[in-house]
Design a protein around this ligand. Structure first.
Ligand code: NAD
Length: 354
């Protein structure tokens, strides 16, 4: 099994190195037969070959079994014509990674803003108000006159259906509860189409109880009664914002794991950004990326009928959670004193000893 490893920018190289060290230990312990293919993207490749995403990496991404993508400093990239390709957008659209799965749960012993939370946000990842990527030709964001800015949101029946199916399937495997988050009180046609498709798909899942919540109320309910939610399905922009809120309530962005998945490809990519404020200081929390990689292994194991990959994913999750529970092995963002490297060494030791 071949995995493409792309460190990215900012804290990317540090947390990706941490995850590949853990993967090495898992590979030895579970005899997974993993082959890691390393390539540069982001500012490293911009300097060397003039683009943040070389054509060779694009080709490799379509051939491998899975991708580990570190955070990328998209906001700081030059325009596309000067080599600044938005990697997140490219991977999601070209590999058709329509489901962005973002779990948030309060871990035993880890300081959190809410006492209880164990939910998964299933965010549609290829449509919605991401206007820079929702047109076949041209951009959905434009200025007809210098004083007018327009951005187009796009939803399709097929796009809403497939994300609804993903969410209902997940709810069935979890606590059998699903909430569809929308803004159909204002965007009657746009959010209305999404809700209509979720409702139609729900008929195939009579065992899943589902309801709807308006997005602004959802922002408040996540703080007030987070334990009420199990699987939350929503459109692209709402899911992006709510998943950061949920991650922060559960402990912080350093715990925000995330998997981008489609029918043929999957990319592990933490929800947080490249954190330039702490890059190169051995202060980055690798837990979010570590558990994104665990999600990738679990996904590949489930789809390829490989119990060893599922077991390795569980081992990586359990090892990470055990270190987070102990203040001595937590990183500074969670009030701990451990550096990225010390966290990684302890995790590799625990995996190897098991
Ligand atoms: P950010 O997520 O990088 O940082 C926000 C805050 O959270 C910072 O204080 C940072 O230090 C902290 N933080 C984030 N991840 C952490 C971790 N693993 N451990 C400890 N602390 C962590 O968001 P930002 O500052 O708005 O964005 C910085 C850059 O990242 C921008 O160029 C943006 O475009 C990009 N970005 C990339 C992704 C991605 O690659 N998936 C996502 C969001 C933002």
């Amino acid at each position: 099994m071949r995995l493409l490893v792309l460190p990215g920018d900012g804290i990317g190289p540090e947390i990706v190195a941490a995850a590949t060290a853990a993967l090495g230990a898992l590979n030895r312990r579970f005899r997974l037969g993993l082959e890691l293919v390393h390539r540069d993207v982001g500012f490293a490749s911009l300097e060397n070959v003039g683009t943040t995403l070389p054509a060779e990496v694009m080709a490799l991404a379509t051939e491998v079994d899975g991708v580990l993508l570190g955070p990328v400093s998209t906001e700081e990239y030059p325009p596309a014509e000067k080599g600044g390709i938005n990697l997140s957008a490219w991977f999601r659209t070209h590999l058709d990674l329509y489901a962005n799965i973002r779990p948030s749960h309060v871990r035993p012993g880890v300081p959190a803003h809410v006492p209880a939370m164990d939910l998964v946000i299933v965010r549609e990842n290829t449509e919605g108000f991401y206007a820079d990527r929702n047109m076949a030709v041209g951009s959905g964001e434009f200025m007809p006159t210098p004083d007018v800015a327009l951005a187009i949101g796009k939803l399709t029946v097929a796009g809403c259906r497939r994300i609804a199916v993903t969410a209902f399937e997940l709810a069935r495997r979890r606590r059998g509860r699903l909430t569809a988050v929308h803004k159909a009180n204002v965007l009657r046609i746009y959010s209305g189409l999404f809700l209509d498709q979720v409702g139609q798909v729900s008929r195939d899942y009579p065992d899943v109880r589902w309801d709807t919540v308006i997005v602004d109320a959802m922002a408040a309910l996540l703080v007030r009664v987070p334990e009420r939610f199990d699987v939350v399905v929503t459109t692209n922009m709402f899911g992006d914002i709510l998943s950061d809120e949920a991650a922060e309530l559960a402990g912080g962005l350093g715990l925000a794991a995330s998997l981008n998945a489609g029918d043929r490809h999957a990319v592990a990519q933490a929800a947080h950004g490249s954190a330039p404020d702490i890059a190169g200081q051995d202060r980055a929390n690798p837990a979010a990326f570590m558990q994104s990689v665990a999600m990738l292994l679990d996904h590949l194991g489930a789809h390829g009928n490989r119990r060893d990959l599922v077991d390795a994913a569980a081992c990586l999750n359990a090892g990470t959670d055990a270190l987070l529970a102990d203040p001595a092995t937590r990183t500074p963002d969670l009030g701990g004193t451990a550096g990225t490297k010390a966290f990684t060494e302890a995790l590799v030791g625990a995996i190897s000893a098991g």
